[in-house]
Design a protein around this ligand. Structure first.
Ligand SMILES: Cc1cc2nc3c(=O)[nH]c(=O)nc-3n(C[C@H](O)[C@H](O)[C@H](O)COP(=O)(O)OP(=O)(O)OC[C@H]3O[C@@H](n4cnc5c(N)ncnc54)[C@H](O)[C@@H]3O)c2cc1C
Ligand code: SF4
Length: 332
């Protein structure tokens, strides 16, 4: 892999990394590098400095006094899919981590890098010099190849993180460290929904941890990722569902549905969620909600999948994911 020249910096603390990022306008943070380095290779990004987190060791996942689970953003995906505490307290996160790429990617890739990965587009993720000559809008050029009607502020590249839908469904929060100190916000708010600038993070801000609240009694989850080849692949559609039942074991107290890989950020079909809330959960209600979500969302066609195909995928697999979540809420 031949790369352009850049400076490599290896701070020993996260605080030092924040300072270094703030000192260089063209610096990029490097965690596992499984997303950033391929993007540097095709020169989608050309940082002048890489601020590597290789010298900072992650803390182990920890149960907090309020019952929430705190997970270091530097945790490798392979450590999450095999962690006993994560399996017991947030099994959907382990399932989502297991679905990422292949074992080599999961051994290197981190939780923070997964949540902050670049959006993807068949045209963007190419070595431009042999595919075509002109750069697209997102690369600073003057056209959009798949969507020629878009203007220079509109990019419909898709956000393919597998962990973001799962963690948003679990209502996770994210801890962020910047020059002004630490803040905590809903993970959902990390995403702008803008393909040009998909994250709301400042240039010298680092995601340091994820906090997952405790799951109340009567909770259940469902996770599904469709890929073309079944493995070693970014999602065609990713879906994560978290249901909570009332004490009667039938009425839905809360439903959170998050769809990934079909928008510039994770999507929530709010009308479908609202239709479930307060309803008796049976196969008819669940089927109606999945149909409603499929009609409500407007999936971006991407990587060869048509809008209609993606809608059908959501209709079928969301129903199955909701059914599985209901089974789990009943203890199955
Ligand atoms: C073959 C292959 C298959 C893949 N398959 C999948 C897949 O199925 N699903 C999927 O979700 N991903 C997939 N990926 C993408 C990527 O490997 C994973 O998302 C991985 O978790 C990224 O983590 P990383 O630590 O390697 O990120 P890096 O490459 O180090 O960083 C990615 C981006 O996030 C930023 N960043 C990293 N850490 C932080 C932080 N703590 N705070 C703020 N910004 C940060 C970096 O600056 C960079 O812009 C795949 C990659 C490859 C090469
Ligand atoms: S959708 Fe975005 S990344 Fe893809 S070609 Fe258009 S501007 Fe470029």
């Amino acid at each position: 892999m031949i790369l352009f020249d850049f400076e490599y910096l290896r701070p020993e603390t996260i605080e030092e990394a924040v300072t270094l990022l703030g000192q260089q306008a063209e610096a990029k943070l490097l965690a596992g590098g499984t997303d950033l380095l391929p993007n540097m290779r095709i020169e989608v990004v050309r940082p002048s400095h890489l601020v590597s987190l290789a010298g900072v060791a992650p803390d182990a996942p920890e149960e907090m006094p309020d019952g929430s689970l705190r997970i270091d953003a530097l945790s490798r995906l392979s450590s999450l899919e095999n962690d006993e505490l994560v399996e017991r307290r947030a099994p959907m996160l382990g399932a989502a981590a297991h679905s990422v790429g292949g074992n080599q990617v999961r051994q290197m890739g981190t939780l923070g890098g997964n949540l902050c990965q670049e959006t993807r587009c068949l045209y963007y993720n190419q070595q431009h010099d042999y595919q075509f000559v002109a750069d697209c809008y997102k690369r600073g050029g003057e056209c959009c190849y798949p969507f020629p009607g878009n203007d220079d502020e509109t990019c419909w590249s898709v956000f393919c993180s597998d962990l973001a839908p799962a963690l948003i469904a679990l209502d996770a929060e994210v801890e962020i460290l910047g020059a002004d100190g630490q803040r905590r916000q809903a993970l959902e708010d990390l995403y702008s929904g803008d393909g040009m600038r998909p994250l709301t993070l400042g240039p010298a801000e680092i995601v340091t941890a994820i906090v997952v609240p405790p799951a109340p009694a009567g909770s259940g989850w469902g996770f599904h990722k469709t890929t073309l080849r079944g493995g070693l692949e970014f999602g065609m559609v990713v879906m994560a569902v978290a249901l909570r039942l009332e004490d009667d074991g039938q009425t839905c107290a809360e439903a959170r549905i998050v769809l990934g890989a079909i928008g510039e950020g994770p999507l929530r079909p709010r009308a479908a969620e609202a239709a479930l809330q307060g309803a008796i959960l049976d196969i008819e209600t669940i089927t109606r909600a999945a149909d409603e979500a499929s009609d409500e969302i407007n999936p971006l066609p991407h990587h060869g999948y048509t809008k209609r195909y993606l809608r059908d995928n959501v209709r079928v697999y969301l129903r199955r994911s909701l059914e599985r979540a209901l089974e789990r809420a009943h203890g199955a």
